[in-house]
Design a binder for this molecule. Sequence first.
Ligand code: NAD
Length: 369
Amino acid sequence: MNSRRDFLQKITGGLVLMNMPFNGSAQSELSNESPYDGPILRLAIMGLGSYGKRVADALQACKMAKLTGFISGSPSKMKDWQAKFNVPEANCYNYENFDRIIDNPEIDAVYVITPNALHHDQVIRVAKAGKHVICEKPMAINAQEGKEMIDACNKANVKLLVGYRMHFEANTLELVGMRNEGKFGKVMYFQGLCGFKIGDPKQWRLNKALAGGGAMMDIGIYAINGARYMVGEEPVWVTAQETKTNFEKFKEGVDETIQFQMGFPSGAVASCLSSYNIQNLDRFFITGEKGFGELLPATGYGPIEGRTNFGKLNNPHQVHQTTQMEEMAGIILNGKQPLIPVDGYEGLKDLKIIDAIFLAAKTGKKVNL
Ligand code: NAD
């Protein structure tokens, strides 16, 4: 038996393995598979934008999760999506009346995929309507909001998950597994580079009121989150330096480029870059006393390419959002435990670090966490 195969089966409960041709055996496993007749997570998408569309498409291939509702401010778009995804009128809401999902037995959970600053109030309203919530990253625009969302979900006894799709990506999980097994030895250093050149200056991502910041909230968060799961520790300090070249496009409170560093209890350090002005910035690198691992690209929609000093990672590409939704259905319906958490507390950890990075960039001082 292949030990990596055993490992991935353990951490994904067979989902990734099912479509994973180690030694070309996936086909026989697929054909042996019996039809799924277990519980299904019935999901409404809130926010019919570009990522909402990607999730809706990906859900079509899920067994344990099904798209059954929409929440949107655009009646015409909702009509189009209803026709495309076969969603009945009775399961469609707008931003004023969606509290009424409380009375809808065909919706178990809502996936909030709206601009960042709206997540806080929307998640709390969904929780109060008694439905589980999946919220896109960043979970909110600061740690205080994140705490309030967790409290609201706990009070309503519903689950809160954050849309961290990389936590289910096979090459990522293999590297984390190798780190856990000690293959790289004592971890010394992580590098996370995350950025792209942002276009339209009028989009909500460049509006502090809707985005809560700039590149850090949107793409830099992947480097923070990645540093935590690749190193396998929580940082105890951060330092940060901000660079701005275009004050018209990146207004007050909207960060263009931030370099930041994090220190971990073991002595490992991370050096990261978050940017809205550097194209093709998508690399994770971890090195320890015995070896290294690299993901390049590390967080895009894939395929994610990985290599280590022991060789290339060969897990085939899966649509990230399909794997994510299948796994999240397992977490919500069956209490499945992912290798890398995706709950509200995980989202809150990143928000606390973002708060600290903004403070460190502003003051020029090291901020202890
Ligand atoms: P988008 O602009 O394409 O879509 C946003 C949607 O929200 C639109 O349908 C818009 O009509 C709606 N909306 C509701 N209220 C609005 C308001 N007041 N102002 C503006 N729009 C409003 O954005 P997107 O790329 O789909 O991003 C949405 C969320 O998803 C963000 O939090 C983003 O960080 C996250 N996201 C995550 C990933 C990922 O890989 N996990 C990728 C892209 C986006």
